[in-house]
Design a protein. Structure first.
Ligand SMILES: Cc1ncc(COP(=O)(O)O)c(C=O)c1O
Length: 360
């Protein structure tokens, strides 16, 4: 048995029971682990469906340049698909994306344009504006615009939704999923609600994003926006791919708790997953009280942890951001080393201060 090419291996990701981390839950909780896609994220599905739908419509010509504004994962999937299909790939990325993510995009042959993370979407320096501008400049180019391209949602309506329905034999009662462009959440949720309107759809948002407030008020609140650390989750614009009507609860999670949950998933479940997977897991804990034995929870984990080795899985980064305290002293050697280090710093400072007072 073999696949015709790597694109044929996209989708049909496993549903894995979370036995350790959720051992105190009354309901079984299953993770839909999208890291099993060949590009290691759910965006393989989105990118493939958006490209193939555009090909069918005749919007993409042979030798075209595909352009996209991406937080990294869509870019990686696109770079993979473009290299197989013979398209050039130009990606504009926020400087918030980890260095590993940017290196991965370049390694797959994409041209990467890094744009300042704090530029507002309408600012010409933002990664959205740059992508739109490049699509006007580059001949025979096609801008996918995943926030507004409804084929994004379609990918999950036709694949992720049916897979979860079949894998749970129709028993799913709660679906927990991050909202960025909204494609993964809305496409899957639409399919599931068509099968059983009682299924609870729980959307996960970040503090610093406008999405939850928009769902509550139907108004864009700029005051909600501030920088945050989780990648891929939340938005500072309202994407057309979010179907706000299918959402039953919108829950915000913090940078710190999401990072700690990601680490817990790695340590307790053997699942090395991305930062937003930690966010989704944290959200499951926030609904724990609502769950009983009759429920079946599915939480979607969007990507793999290898893209966050310099962040969530780096103790120094965790400490710098105040997500972890100082390392506990766990041996005599470590204790003595710390005292020696402090002594050395103090001695150096003393010598420097003394020398600066000496006049020759
Ligand atoms: C790591 C990660 N998590 C979550 C999301 C959100 O998925 P969606 O855009 O389908 O809402 C993204 C989207 O880029 C992502 O890259």
């Amino acid at each position: 048995m073999y696949y015709e090419n790597v694109l044929a291996a996209i989708g049909n990701t496993p549903l894995i029971k979370l036995n350790q981390i959720c051992k105190d839950f009354e309901a079984p909780v299953f993770g839909k682990v999208e890291a099993f896609n060949p590009g290691h994220s759910a965006k393989d599905r989105t990118a493939l469906h958006m490209i193939e739908a555009a090909e069918k419509r005749g919007d993409i010509q042979p030798g075209a340049t595909i352009i996209e504004a991406t937080s990294g994962n869509t870019g990686f999937s696109l770079a993979m698909i473009c290299s197989l299909k013979g398209y050039k790939c130009v990606l504009t990325v926020s400087s918030k994306a980890s260095r590993e993510k940017i290196a991965l995009l370049r390694s797959m042959g994409a041209q990467v344009v890094v744009c300042p993370k704090d530029a507002a979407p309408e600012d010409p320096r933002s990664y959205y504006s740059r992508a739109a501008h490049l699509s006007e400049e580059i001949p025979n180019s096609y801008y996918l615009a995943q926030n507004f391209n409804l084929d994004n949602m379609g990918a999950h309506y036709y694949t992720t939704g049916p897979e979860i329905w079949e894998q749970t034999e129709g028993k799913i009662t709660h679906y927990v999923c991050c909202a960025g462009t909204g494609g993964t959440l809305s496409g899957t949720a639409r399919f599931l609600k068509e099968k059983n309107p009682a299924i609870q759809i729980i959307a996960v948002d970040a503090y610093g994003s406008v999405l939850k407030k928009y769902w509550e008020t139907e108004e864009f609140h700029e005051s909600e926006i501030f920088p945050y650390k989780i990648e891929g989750l939340g938005k500072t614009i309202i994407p057309e791919n979010i179907d706000f009507d299918v959402i039953d609860q919108f829950i915000k999670v913090t940078d710190k708790k999401s990072a700690l949950r990601a680490r817990q998933l790695a340590k307790n479940e053997g699942l090395l997953l991305g930062y937003s997977s930690g966010a989704a897991m944290e959200c499951v804990f926030k609904i724990q009280e609502q769950l009983s034995r009759d429920h079946v929870v599915v939480v979607l984990f969007p990507d793999h942890g290898s893209r966050y080795l310099g962040k969530v899985y780096n103790d120094d980064w965790m400490r710098q951001n105040g997500f972890m305290g100082k390392q506990p002293v766990d041996s005599n050697y470590e204790y003595i080393r710390r005292i020696y280090k402090t002594y050395k710093i103090k001695t150096r400072r003393y010598i420097r201060q003394t020398l600066s007072k000496v006049s020759y």
